[in-house]
Design a protein around this ligand. Structure first.
Ligand code: NAD
Length: 352
């Protein structure tokens, strides 16, 4: 299938594919938009059933990166790479070296980083063939893993949403239901509990669940998490979790979590709004990781990175206010603000 025929094609500037029988590398790089700077986004490795699925994913994810970086005020565009393969059995030095060559052939228009299915060791192999890679410096505070800073951004976003919706400055006594106790979920639980919140958690992985319980979270089943009496529901596992089935079950009046693509379809933003549930758009609240990637890219001090991440709370506050004023969903408002930044001709004023 040609990229432009995919339903997820959205004026992407460049889409490149490689099928190299020698190394076994099959991969696609999508550059969505470079108006604000080079297209930065992770390199995912996943055993896609078909090439069309891989294409769909890389087009959707690269577009999302454009919006995320624009909303975070970063001078970077949106891109993504996907390697078609099983991270458990298809990794090899030759494969990642070839991926490095593939990235290098784009001359810096696309800059890669870690993503699901790839790790710092894989990126180091890629970096042997190209300079256009971030997150390979072991001296970084978290060794290249952006999850702690993603969690910090979500924490700042939850504080902002609680302040806006519940008129409360402190998180003391606020209950947060966290779906998924992986890298992001666990750091988030730690920050929330330290701030005086009560956490309820679910996960399908018993080891991750035990670690979250040790931090002080109360465990519930996967089926219960959206129905527990909580103030905030924080999805930190998978996408499309806000849908026709789940929205009517939600007890929380705030949804603010790290998972990408939480709304199954755009109209689910309106369904949340109709139920009086305040939704912090995922691509705004989970930008801490890309802000950390930007810090590495520009070699900025960590203090500046943290202060930019804390700005996620202010950005959300402005989105909530404009959503209430204009009657648009919070996701629609956030998209408008991003588009005004990377498509100045859109005619929307930017106050965030
Ligand atoms: P992770 O793989 O470390 O953790 C995900 C956790 O969710 C795992 O413990 C898994 O067992 C659990 N899970 C899977 N299905 C579940 C289900 N049905 N119910 C409950 N738990 C379930 O991933 P992560 O790095 O923590 O990322 C979490 C989410 O945040 C993902 O959607 C990711 O795309 C998004 N995100 C992550 C970052 C980052 O910096 N890591 C940045 C932006 C967005």
């Amino acid at each position: 299938m040609k990229a432009s025929e995919s339903p997820s094609f959205d004026h992407h500037e460049h889409v490149a594919k490689i099928d190299d029988p020698v190394s076994g590398l099959r991969a696609i790089i999508a550059v969505h938009n470079t108006k604000l700077g080079p297209a930065v986004g992770g390199c995912r490795m996943y055993p896609y059933a078909t090439d069309a699925q891989a294409l769909e994913d890389v087009l959707r994810l690269s577009r999302g990166m454009t919006y995320k970086s624009a909303l975070a005020g970063l001078p970077m565009g949106g891109g993504k790479a996907v390697i078609i393969g099983d991270p458990a059995k298809d990794k090899s030095t030759a494969l990642f070296h070839k991926m490095g060559e593939f990235i290098d052939s784009l001359n810096g228009v696309y800059v890669t980083a870690e993503d699901s299915g790839t790790c710092v060791d894989d990126l180091r192999l890629i970096a042997e063939q190209t300079n256009h890679v971030l997150g390979v410096n072991a001296e970084q505070e978290f060794g290249g893993d952006p999850s702690p800073l993603t969690a910090y951004g979500i924490f700042c976003g939850i504080r902002s949403a609680v302040n806006y919706k519940l008129h409360q400055d402190s998180l003391t006594g606020v209950t947060v239901a966290v779906q998924g106790a992986g890298a992001v979920g666990r750091y988030l639980i730690k920050l929330l509990i330290e701030a005086g919140a009560d956490c309820v958690v679910c996960d399908i992985n018993p080891q991750n669940l035990a670690k979250a319980e040790a931090l002080g979270a109360k465990v519930v089943s996967v089926d219960e998490i959206m129905r527990v009496p909580a103030d905030v529901f924080a999805p930190c596992a998978m996408g499309a979790i806000l849908n026709d089935d789940t929205i009517p079950q939600l007890v929380a009046t705030i949804v603010a979590g790290g998972a990408n693509n939480q709304l199954a379809r755009a109209e689910h933003g309106a369904q949340l709004q109709a139920r009086g549930i305040l939704y912090a758009p995922d691509f705004v609240i989970n930008a801490g990781g890309i802000i950390e990637i930007y810090r590495q890219y520009k070699d900025l001090p960590m203090a500046e990175c943290r202060s930019r991440i804390e700005g996620i709370g202010d950005t959300l506050h402005k989105i909530f206010e404009r959503s209430d004023a204009d009657g648009l969903t919070t996701a629609e408002v956030a998209e408008q603000i991003a588009e005004q930044r990377f498509k100045p001709s859109s005619g929307v004023s930017d106050a965030a």
